[in-house]
Design a protein around this ligand. Structure first.
Ligand code: AMP
Ligand code: ZN
Length: 472
């Protein structure tokens, strides 16, 4: 494994970029917090899905497809789900199934690979109860009035991830004061359910889990007590990830839950925080299927590329103008590939794109490298093939590019490219006429690098003639 290129990742835990070293290079383990399924996913929710899809692809490229386990959960028990189901007058199950199905369709349209495991919270209640029992046994949690709470003061180094000042954390926790809490900062692991609420039998009576314990249980079940990378949006650092860490570390007795914690920055729309009241709340589905944003529907590829043009840790401003530019860029790439009559691609990334991604998943630099590749590809067949390969590897739907290529007749080659080839072919014929074979070989190689294959023959009067074609 010593030949694996060095990946560097920014770790929220240490606030610096670090060399990534998996615990076991034959089993690289990634966990990302997935959606709570009660409403259509908005375009902000799409950001972690797309960003960590690129990380998943990169890890597979580096360590091997079968060496990576990517787990992204579905939160299908949550009070927001109960409220929404009641509002719509449908069962909780019907709501979560419908929302999960739409989510799957949406993220597939964005070119994201499905995770290897997509655990549902409701299928991991037993694991949650086991962890809670371990925490109680170790005096890190206590039961009170049908609730079980994590005792924050029982963990001496609580708060390492978010590094929030204690008074801020206490102020945050005060939102949720309750008589049964020993300390304001203690948080819920388990809570009692009323008859009409979803609930499971437990040692503390019929109840349901708190949100944070769900991810501790699902990551444990599918990745183990400690694993490599845990990801999500920046808003999850506190309290969600801080509390996941507290639960998992105290239950299993390790110094870390995951070695690397990665967080994507927030997305805003046309310069403003996305919110229903501002009327700029936009779902993935609306962007794909309606003209509600920028007056037109947008292809999943356009949304994907628009998301990746900005580095994942930077805030991103989602604008119709940027989508428009991105659409033109993709059309230009498709054109270039079609002009070279490239009919298929291998999902293999170009080295410059891999280099950019190795530096903390610098998709902005990768995008710039792709633009360079596209520039070179205007007159160079092998760069065009590289562009097609890399775009395919990055999850873009290049099949439409290839159909265009099939339709393109021979005369659809870029005129500048054609003129350059013809100039080189003529120069080579001159060199041969002058018996300068070194030069004629050099020109043949230069043409071959552009994907041009030569056929030397004789014309009607016995003169030397060279025909050429761009090989697939
Ligand atoms: P939620 O459904 O609110 O738990 O969010 C699901 C995922 O989307 C989490 O990883 C959030 O951090 C992320 N997320 C939510 N809103 C945004 C946003 N505006 N920009 C980027 N990521 C977001
Ligand atoms: Zn989570």
């Amino acid at each position: 494994m010593s030949q694996v290129p060095q990946l560097r990742l920014y770790n929220t835990l240490t606030r610096q970029k670090e060399d990534f070293a998996p615990i076991d290079a034959a089993r690289v383990r990634l966990y990302v917090c997935g959606p709570t399924v009660y409403v259509f996913a908005h375009i902000g929710n799409a950001r972690p899905i797309i960003v960590f899809d690129v990380l998943n692809r990169l890890l597979r490229h580096l360590y091997g497809t079968t060496a990576v386990t990517y787990v992204r959960n579905i939160t299908d028990v949550d009070d927001k789900i109960n409220a929404r189901a009641a509002e719509r007058g449908i069962s909780i199950r019907a709501l979560t199934e419908e929302t999960a199905r739409i989510f799957h369709e949406d993220v597939a349209a964005l070119g994201c690979l499905p995770p290897d495991v997509e655990p549902r919270a409701t299928e991991h209640i037993a694991e949650m109860i086991t962890i809670i029992e371990k925490l109680i046994a170790a005096d890190h949690a206590y039961a009170a009035e049908g609730h079980v709470l994590f005792s924050v003061p029982s963990m001496s180094d609580y708060g390492q991830l978010s590094r929030r000042p204690l008074d801020e954390m206490i102020a945050g926790a005060r939102v949720d004061v309750a008589a049964y809490k020993r300390d304001d900062m203690d948080f819920v692991l388990w809570k009692p359910s009323k008859d009409h609420e979803p609930g499971w039998e437990s040692p503390w009576g019929r109840g349901r889990p708190g949100w944070h314990i769900e991810c501790s249980a699902m990551s444990w079940k599918h990745l183990g007590e400690t694993f490599d990378i845990h990801g999500g949006g920046i808003d999850l650092v506190f309290p969600h990830h801080e509390n996941e860490i507290a639960q998992s570390r105290c239950a299993f007795g390790h110094d870390v839950m995951a070695n690397v914690w990665m967080h994507n920055g927030f997305l805003q729309v046309e310069g403003e925080k996305m919110s229903k009241s501002l009327g700029n709340f936009i779902t993935i589905r609306q962007l794909l299927a309606t003209d509600d944003f920028g007056g037109q529907k947008w292809a999943g590829d356009v949304l994907r590329l628009a998301m990746l043009r900005t580095h994942y840790r930077q805030p991103i401003d989602w604008t119709a103008r940027a989508l428009d530019e991105t659409q033109k860029t993709l059309e230009n790439w498709a054109d270039i590939v079609a002009r070279h009559k490239i009919g298929s691609a291998q999902p293999v990334p170009h080295a410059t794109i891999v280099d950019a991604l190795l530096d903390d998943l610098n998709t902005a630099a990768a995008f710039a490298a792709l633009a360079e590749l596209a520039k070179a590809a205007r007159h160079d067949y092998s760069s065009a093939q590289n562009l097609a390969n890399t775009a395919t590897w990055l999850g873009f739907d290049t099949s439409a590019w290839f159909t265009r290529a099939e339709e393109a007749a021979g005369d659809h080659l870029d005129p500048a490219f054609k003129a350059e080839v013809e100039r080189l072919v003529a120069a080579r014929l001159d060199a041969r006429a002058q018996k300068n074979f070194a030069e004629s070989d050099r020109l043949r190689d230069e043409l071959a690098a552009k994907g041009v294959q030569l056929k030397d023959g004789k014309g009607a009067n016995g003169e030397a003639v060279t025909t050429w074609e761009v090989k697939r």
